[in-house]
Each structure stands twice: as structure tokens, then as C-alpha cells.
Design a binder for this molecule. Structure first.
Ligand SMILES: *Cc1c(COP(=O)(O)O)cnc(C)c1O
Length: 373
């Protein structure tokens, strides 16, 4: 049966290990030069300045804080996502309004999002599901901020513009299953310097160090003061060094992921019971998930079959409002039928850069065996 194949996993090589070891031998463990460097390296990929934080969830929490999200506000959110996209807005006291995704790429449907916007909408949050960028040009709301949850899509582009520069504010995750890792980690990018400064402050307790902005600047050289509450979401130097090292490998990760996606396409295209992922002609995705649709009610059976043969497929995701925390707030099933239909069919096949062609062929063979083709 061979070794178990996870649906995703990190790629850490000797260059990554050396980068981390160099920081451990140096003077800084937490906020030091590797943070500044990682933020600059990420900004070069993302096409906008970056603030590094401790996770993708922290990045979302920071981004909503920087957007001024609070009680009385509404946040329009795609439901086909990890719960954190919505949960972090709810934690700021906002009301989350789910708008459906479109059927082909499972990204927030611009018409559904527009219909959900009200005078209270502060942010519209799209998700680059599986690594495929949403259509931010079509999503842009008139009087609200546009957020991209790009936890899946660092390194992707849309009409030649990089993920990170497509929305007003973008969040990234560097969890090990994502496209690059810092262990735990994340980042926020935004072109607006004021928005980014609010993000930077929230990351560091809300502390104001610049005397020109302090209310009590004559207190003394030691003085820092808090104007708005924040948290400690600082990503340490050790992990930022890993991040810069991983970014140096991101182009290689991207082409390897694309090659595996192409191999799956060749190996599975003739199976009538499967619908394979597609790419919008304007998108050059960084493929994070290989998300197939299993037709005719056979998703669970294929899940069990592949798991039993050591292919550790995953389901991404239950619609966010199916979580009991949203059910208890009165969110009903049926409100986003496209997302719900997709969820009923969805399966993520293994996809990660260190997967060999033989690994990929093994997944293809086990899938073909299930369908008897
Ligand atoms: C992983 C993920 C997050 C959360 O990131 P963490 O780094 O795990 O906190 C948020 N949104 C999406 C779409 C994700 O896939």
C-alpha cells in the first residue's frame, strides 16, 4: 500500500534549516532584521507592503481591526472557506452576512456579494479558494473595503497582477499545508499606508511609539502609549527567516504544483463521475488544493476508499455557517446553495511540491480503481 500520502504538507530543505539556524546563532530571536527582510521579500511577491503576523487567523483579525470593523458593522463573506475568515469578523462584534460563491471556481460571486451589501457593510471578504484568485475587479464595492483571504494563493496572479495587490487588504497564511510555511505564521498586505499602519499597531498591542502622534509626548524617552487596544501577533525573527528562505523557493513550488495539477488532469479527465478544477483564462493560480467534485452522491465512498488505501484526502470545507456557532446565532442551511452543493461533492486530492510523479500516479490509479476504469 506504500506510505500514507497527506493532502498537503510542507517542503523544508537544507537552505531553510540553515536560514533558521543562522538566526538562532545571532542576537535576535523575536522582532529583529529577519522580520523586516521577510516583509520586504513578501511585498516583492505581493505587489504591496506587508506586515508579518503569527497566523492566517491573526492576519484576518488584524485586517478587520485595521478596517475599523466593530459592533453594528456587517461583513459580507464567502462561505466556502475555513471558518476563520468569518470568525475573526464576528470576534470584532460585526455581523457576518454570507454571500454565495460562483459554481466554477468557488470564489465569491460578484452578483451575490453586491446583493448582500447594505449601508452597514464595512468589508466584503472574498477567498481565493484552492489558490484560484477571485474576480476582485468585479467584486469591488462602492462604500466598503474589499478583503482578499489569500491563505491559499500567495504567488498567484490575475490579469498579470499579483495576489496581494488585487484587493484593498489581503491576508496570507503560512501554516505547513499552505503554499509556503513558517510553521505558524501569516501576513497582511495593503497599498494604503494608513491601513497598514493600523495593522502594524494592532499587531503590537496598539502601542504608539512615534512622539509626534502621542498624547503625552513629554513623559520621557521610555514612553509608549496605547490609543486603541491591540494584541501581540508578532511573528518572530526565527520564523521570518524560514519565511524568506521559503519565498526563495516559491517559484519552484508553484511550477511543481502546476505540474502535479496537469498530471492529475491527464490521468483523471476521462472519468465521468468526476468534475476536475478549471482555471479562469485571466488567472495564473498558485494551486493550493486539488479540489475535485465527486458526482452521483459518491463523495463519501471515494473518501473512504482512498483513505483506506493510504491516500489521505480531505474535504475543504463545510460551508462556514454550518458550524454550530453560526447555527446557534440563527444562520440557516440553504442560504448559499452553490456552496452547499459543492461541499456535498468536494474532495481534495493530495497536492504538495515534494509529491513525486509516482505518488501522483498512485492517487490516479486508486481513484480509477474506485470508478472501475
Ligand atoms: C488556513 C486558512 C486560514 C487560517 O490560517 P492559519 O494560519 O491556519 O491561522 C484562513 N483562511 C483560509 C481560507 C485558510 O485556508
Amino acid at each position: 500500500m506504500g506510505e500514507a500520502l497527506p493532502y498537503g504538507r510542507q517542503s523544508v530543505d537544507e537552505s531553510d534549516i540553515a536560514a533558521v539556524a543562522a538566526v538562532l546563532r545571532g542576537d535576535w530571536l523575536t522582532t529583529g532584521p529577519a522580520v523586516t527582510r521577510f516583509e520586504a521579500d513578501l511585498a516583492a511577491w505581493a505587489g504591496a507592503p506587508a506586515v508579518a503576523v503569527t497566523s492566517g487567523t491573526a492576519a484576518l483579525h488584524v485586517a478587520y481591526a485595521a478596517a475599523g470593523v466593530g459592533p453594528g458593522d456587517e461583513v459580507v463573506c464567502a462561505p466556502m472557506t475555513f471558518v476563520a475568515t468569518a470568525a475573526t469578523a464576528a470576534l470584532h462584534g460585526a455581523t457576518v452576512v454570507f454571500a454565495d460563491v460562483e459554481d466554477e471556481h468557488l470564489t465569491l460571486d460578484p452578483a451575490a456579494a453586491a446583493a448582500a451589501v447594505t449601508s452597514r457593510t464595512r468589508v466584503v471578504s472574498a477567498v481565493d479558494y484552492a489558490g484560484h484568485p477571485a474576480d476582485y475587479d468585479a467584486l469591488r464595492p462602492a462604500d466598503a473595503l474589499l478583503l482578499a483571504d489569500a491563505a491559499h494563493s500567495v504567488g498567484g496572479t490575475w490579469r498579470g497582477r499579483p495576489v496581494g495587490s488585487l484587493a484593498d487588504v489581503t491576508t496570507f497564511s503560512f501554516f505547513p499545508t499552505k503554499n509556503l510555511t513558517t510553521g505558524e505564521g501569516g501576513a497582511v498586505t495593503a497599498a494604503d499606508p494608513a491601513l497598514l499602519e493600523r495593522a502594524r499597531r494592532f499587531r503590537n498591542h496598539g502601542l504608539v511609539r512615534d512622539r509626534a502622534e502621542q498624547r503625552h509626548p513629554d513623559e520621557g524617552g521610555w514612553h509608549q502609549e496605547v490609543h486603541e487596544f491591540g494584541l501581540n501577533y508578532r511573528l518572530p525573527d526565527v520564523l521570518c527567516a524560514l519565511g524568506s528562505s521559503q519565498l526563495a523557493r516559491l517559484a519552484a513550488f508553484k511550477s511543481r504544483r502546476a505540474a502535479i495539477v496537469a498530471r492529475y488532469g491527464d490521468g483523471l479527465a476521462d472519468i465521468a463521475g468526476l468534475r476536475l478544477p478549471t482555471r479562469h483564462p485571466d488567472a495564473d493560480p498558485m494551486w493550493h488544493l486539488y479540489a475535485v467534485r465527486v458526482l452521483e452522491g459518491r463523495r463519501r465512498a471515494l473518501y473512504e476508499h482512498l483513505r483506506a488505501s493510504g491516500v489521505l484526502v480531505q474535504v475543504n470545507y463545510i460551508p462556514a455557517y454550518w458550524h454550530p456557532v453560526f447555527e446557534d446565532l440563527g444562520y440557516q442551511r440553504g442560504q448559499c446553495p452553490v456552496a452547499e452543493r459543492f461541499y456535498a461533492e468536494q474532495l481534495s486530492l493530495p497536492l504538495f511540491p515534494d509529491m513525486s510523479d509516482a505518488d501522483t500516479d498512485r492517487v490516479i490509479a486508486a481513484t480509477r480503481a474506485f470508478f472501475g476504469v
